[in-house]
Design a protein around this ligand. Structure first.
Ligand SMILES: Cc1cc2nc3c(=O)[nH]c(=O)nc-3n(C[C@H](O)[C@H](O)[C@H](O)COP(=O)(O)OP(=O)(O)OC[C@H]3O[C@@H](n4cnc5c(N)ncnc54)[C@H](O)[C@@H]3O)c2cc1C
Length: 630
C-alpha cells in the first residue's frame, strides 16, 4: 500500500502569541491567531519535477501521468495544527510512531487554541491540593454535565475528567506551565489551571506544543489545506488529498488520519444553517475555524451530534471584537447595564449570561472591576494596552466617563461590597465574590455576546474513533478537539475545551499509533522537518543611505518600534526594539513580514494572515525608519 513519494520539507520555527480578538460575519480576526511556530512548507510536488524544454508532447503527457500518480506517503496524517492536532502528533511519536505529518491550512499554527485565555480544567491535581481545594473527578463530571444541560455524552465527559490531572502533567512535561488554580463559571470549586504568571493559557500551550513538535522533528506543512479523506474499497482510511499554498493538489497515502480541524465558529453560513438566530453575530474565532472537518467527515458517512449547540461568549467588545476572559469575572469583576445596575449572577454559565445581556439596553453591558482585580490577572493588561478599557479614580467618575449614571454605579458597587463582606449576594446569589471592588482605580469595558464555541461535531467514541450513523467506526479515522461533539453538550464550561483537546488529542495520537502498528506497522518518514537555516536576504538592490534607523508604528497593543540597518544601500536587518504585542503574534508577523521587506527592499509587503494588525504595525514602523534613509 505504501508508495514512495517526494520528500516534503518543512521548516519549523518557534514562537507563540495570543490576544483574543474576534470578527463579525465570519471574517477572520485580525491580530489574533497564530502561533509562534511559523512553519513553512516547501512542498516539492511531482508537477515541479516534470519540466524539460525539449520534451515532446507525448513524453510530457506520460511524465505528467506518472507524476500525478506519485503520491506522498506517511503513516499518520494529522489534519490541523491547533491544540488537539499537535497534541495528537506529539503523543503518537511519544508512543512510537515514526512517520507523522501535520497539515495546517493557515500560515501559522495554533488555531483557536492560541486564543484561549482562561485555562485548563482539571480535578484532583497537586496544585489544587496545595491550595487546599477539595475537588473530585465526580464533581468535575457533575459540573460539566450540569453546565452542558445533561446533553453531554457522559462517557466522554468521564474520560475527560479522569484524564484531566494527567493532562496538566503532560502539558507541564512538554515545557508548559499550568500551576495556578482559579475559579471559573459553572465550576463548584477552583479548578481552572493557568500559567504561573496568570497570563493567557493559549499562547503558553501553543508555544510548548510548537517547541515539542520541533524537537520531535514532526513536519508541519503550513498553508496546506486538507480537502478530502480517502478510504479504500473496504472503507479503511487510505490517504488525504490536500492543496498547497500555490494551489497544487497532492495526495498523501497513509494508514491513519487524526481529524483535528477545530470548530466552525468563523463560518457564518454553517453557523446559521444549524442555528438561524445567530445570523449577524460576531465571532471570537480565528479565520480558519470554518468547519472543514465537518464537511470531510460528512463525505465519509460520519455521524454528528449537537450541531445546533453553538455557544456565545458573553463578554466580547462589540467594536474591536476583543474577548475579555471569564477570568476577569472569576477574579471579581461584575457586569452592569447602561443604567449602572447589575442584572445577573456574573458567574452563571455563558448561555445564561449572554441571554441576560441581550435583554439589557442596546444589548450591551459593562464589565466593571477595580485595581485589585487588575492586579490579579495579567490578561487585563492586554485589554488596557488595546485602549478598550475606561479608567477613573472613583465609581462616579467612571460612570460619567462611560455615559452611565455615576451615582447609580457607585451605589451598585457599594451594595456589592456589602454582599461580598457578608458572603451573601442578596440580589443574584453569586457564590464566589473574590474581592470587594473598592480599590481605586476603577475600570469599565463595554461588552456584548459573540459566537464562541461550536459544541457539536463529529461523533466519536471514548477511543476517539469516528463513528458512522450505524455506530460502527470508520477504520483508521480518529478525531479530537472542537471538530468533535458530545463532550460539552448544550453549553461548554470555560476551561473544558482546553482539557478536551489535550485529553482527547493524546488519546487520538495513541490510538492512531496503535492502529498503524496493527495495520502494516511503522515506516521510515519520507516527509521530514528540517531546521530553517536561511535568514532574510535581499533579492533586489535597495536604494537607501547606509545607517541604523529607528521607526515606530501602531500595533494591536500600542506602539511597535523597530531598528532598521541599511548596508551597501540595502536593508539587511530589522530588529524589534519595543512592542506590546502578545507573545507569538509578533514572531509570526516578523517571520512573514520582515523577511519579505528585506527580500523586496520595500516596507510595502503582504500582511501575514492571522497577524494582520501586527504586520501592518511593523510595516509602518519600517516605513517611518526608512524616511530618514532616503
Ligand atoms: C477567544 C477564545 C478564547 C478561548 N478560551 C478558552 C479557555 O480559556 N479555555 C478553554 O477551555 N477553551 C477556550 N476556548 C476554546 C478553545 O480554545 C478551543 O475550543 C480549542 O482550542 C480548539 O482546539 P482544536 O485543536 O480543536 O482547534 P484549533 O485550535 O482551532 O485548531 C484547528 C486547526 O485546524 C486547522 N484547519 C482547519 N481546517 C483545516 C484543513 N482543511 N486543512 C488543514 N488545517 C485545517 C485550523 O486552521 C486550525 O489551526 C477559547 C476559544 C476562543 C476563540
Amino acid at each position: 500500500m505504501k508508495k514512495s513519494g517526494k520528500k516534503l520539507m518543512s521548516v519549523v520555527l518557534a514562537g507563540a502569541m495570543a490576544l483574543s480578538l474576534a470578527a463579525c460575519g465570519g471574517q477572520s480576526a485580525d491580530a489574533t491567531t497564530a502561533a509562534e511556530t511559523a512553519t513553512t512548507a516547501e512542498t516539492t510536488t511531482a508537477a515541479e519535477t516534470t519540466t524539460a524544454a525539449d520534451t515532446t508532447e507525448a513524453e510530457t503527457e506520460a511524465v505528467e501521468e506518472e507524476a500525478a500518480g506519485e503520491n506522498q506517503q506517511a503513516d499518520i496524517v494529522v489534519i490541523g495544527a491547533g491544540g488537539a492536532g499537535m497534541t495528537a502528533a506529539i503523543q503518537a511519536v511519544q508512543d512510537g510512531a515514526t512517520d507523522v505529518v501535520i497539515l495546517e491550512k493557515m500560515p501559522i499554527t495554533g488555531g483557536n487554541t492560541t486564543r484561549s485565555t482562561g485555562g485548563l480544567n482539571a480535578a484532583e491535581t497537586p496544585y489544587q491540593e496545595a491550595d487546599n481545594i477539595e475537588d473530585s473527578i465526580e464533581l468535575f463530571i457533575e459540573d460539566t454535565m450540569k453546565g452542558g444541560k445533561e446533553l453531554n455524552d457522559k462517557d466522554l465527559v468521564t474520560v475527560m475528567a479522569e484524564n484531566s490531572a494527567a493532562a496538566v502533567d503532560w502539558v507541564n512535561d512538554i515545557g508548559g506551565d499550568l500551576s495556578v488554580v482559579g475559579m471559573f463559571g459553572g465550576a463548584s470549586v477552583k479548578r481552572i489551571h493557568r500559567p504561573s504568571d496568570t497570563s493567557a493559557v493559549g499562547p503558553m500551550l501553543v508555544k510548548a506544543l510548537n517547541d515539542k513538535v520541533a524537537e520531535l522533528k514532526i513536519p508541519v506543512l503550513l498553508e496546506t489545506k486538507a480537502e478530502k479523506i480517502l478510504v479504500d474499497d473496504s472503507g479503511k482510511v487510505s490517504g488525504v488529498t490536500a492543496t498547497d499554498k500555490d494551489g497544487r493538489e497532492f495526495t498523501i497515502d497513509c494508514t491513519a488520519v487524526v481529524l483535528a480541524t477545530g470548530g466552525f465558529g468563523a463560518n457564518s453560513e454553517m453557523v446559521v444553517e444549524y442555528k438561524p438566530d445567530l445570523a449577524g453575530f460576531c465571532t471570537t474565532n480565528h479565520g480558519g475555524a470554518t468547519g472543514d472537518g465537518i464537511v470531510m467527515a460528512k463525505e465519509l458517512g460520519a455521524d454528528f451530534v449537537d450541531m445546533e449547540q453553538i455557544q456565545t461568549h458573553p463578554t466580547v467588545n462589540p467594536d474591536t471584537q476583543t474577548m475579555y476572559t471569564e477570568g476577569v469575572r472569576g477574579n471579581g469583576a461584575i457586569l452592569v447595564n447602561k443604567e449602572g445596575k447589575r442584572f445577573v449572577d456574573e458567574l452563571e454559565t455563558r448561555d445564561v449570561v449572554s441571554a441576560a445581556i441581550l435583554e439589557q439596553t442596546d444589548k450591551v453591558c459593562y464589565l466593571v472591576f477595580d485595581q485589585a482585580v487588575r492586579d490579579s490577572l495579567a490578561a487585563i493588561e492586554s485589554y488596557i494596552k488595546a485602549g478598550i478599557v475606561t479608567e477613573a479614580d472613583t465609581p462616579e467618575e467612571l460612570g460619567e466617563a462611560i455615559g452611565v449614571d455615576g451615582t447609580a454605579l457607585a451605589e451598585t458597587l457599594t451594595a456589592y461590597a456589602g454582599y461580598q463582606a457578608a458572603g451573601k449576594d442578596e440580589e443574584f446569589d453569586r457564590e464566589s465574590m473574590e474581592l470587594p471592588l473598592d480599590q481605586p482605580k476603577y475600570y469599565a469595558a463595554l461588552c456584548a455576546p459573540a459566537i464562541h464555541h461550536t459544541m457539536g461535531g463529529v461523533k466519536i467514541d471514548t477511543q476517539t474513533q469516528v463513528l458512522k450513523e450505524d455506530g460502527s467506526a470508520i477504520p483508521g479515522l480518529f478525531a479530537a478537539g472542537e471538530v468533535t461533539g458530545g463532550v460539552h453538550g448544550g453549553n461548554r464550561l470555560g476551561g473544558n475545551a482546553v482539557t478536551d483537546i489535550v485529553v482527547f488529542g493524546r488519546i487520538a495520537g495513541s490510538m492512531a499509533e496503535d492502529y498503524v502498528a496493527d495495520n502494516g506497522g511503522h515506516t521510515e518518514a519520507e516527509i521530514t522537518a528540517e531546521e530553517d537555516t536561511a535568514g532574510a536576504v535581499p533579492a533586489v538592490q535597495g536604494d537607501y543611505k547606509d545607517g541604523v534607523y529607528e521607526g515606530t508604528g501602531k500595533g494591536n497593543n500600542g506602539d511597535i518600534t523597530v531598528e532598521v540597518t541599511v548596508e551597501g544601500g540595502s536593508i539587511v536587518s530589522i530588529t524589534l526594539k519595543e512592542h506590546g504585542e502578545t507573545a507569538g503574534i509578533y514572531e509570526a508577523a516578523e517571520k512573514g513580514v520582515v523577511e519579505e521587506i528585506i527580500k523586496n527592499q520595500t516596507a510595502e509587503v503582504d500582511a501575514v494572515s492571522g497577524a494582520t494588525n501586527t504586520s501592518k504595525g511593523i510595516m509602518e514602523a519600517v516605513s517611518a525608519a526608512l524616511e530618514e534613509a532616503k
